[in-house]
Write a new protein. Structure first.
Length: 167
């Protein structure tokens, strides 16, 4: 297995130039580790932000369904005398349905964020963590995806005047 190519950058503009050069070289397996968010939109096929949106939607629908079920079952089981009005009144249930929808969406999103961050963190080497802790931005191109004839092209794409490239 080939060794990873690692570019270490002191600031965001130089890291962004290297990422643009990698994108032009048709490299989409790079990983970025940064002490702060970078101001760009990556077109990563493994982007987990869309997964978070779907998980939040599923949580919201679960909360809505749960709120409706609880309120209808409670109203039916109490045997209230309502004087001809409907026992199941959706307008009266709207506040509780909204609150449980938002509660379940937020809880599902928070739990999913913790799980996805733990999974993503597992793929980063300890050396990368050391560099990020010192304030640098690290771009890693995994060695398993590198072919020897493309290695020089990728190394050139990672190289900027202020960068240190390893591997």
């Amino acid at each position: 297995m080939s060794e990873d190519l690692v570019g270490i950058y002191p600031d965001a503009p130089s890291a962004l130039r290297a990422l643009d050069a990698l994108r032009r070289a048709d490299v989409n397996t790079s990983q970025v580790a940064s002490p702060a968010p970078l101001p760009f939109h990556a077109s990563d096929p493994h982007d987990r932000s869309s997964a978070l949106a779907w998980i939040a939607l599923c949580g919201a629908l679960t909360g809505l369904g749960g709120a409706m079920a609880i309120q209808v079952a409670t109203s039916d089981s109490l045997g209230l005398v309502v004087g001809g009005k409907p026992i199941v009144s959706w307008m009266a249930f709207a506040v509780v349905m909204f609150e449980l929808t938002m509660l379940f969406a937020g809880a599902a999103n928070f739990i999913a964020l913790l799980v996805l961050c733990a999974v993503a963190r597992r793929n980063v080497s300890p050396k990368t963590f050391e560099e990020v802790a010192s304030g640098h931005i690290v771009v890693v191109v995994p060695g398993a995806h590198l072919v020897e004839d493309r290695r020089a092209t990728i190394r050139a794409a990672l190289q900027t005047p202020t960068a240190e490239v390893r591997g």
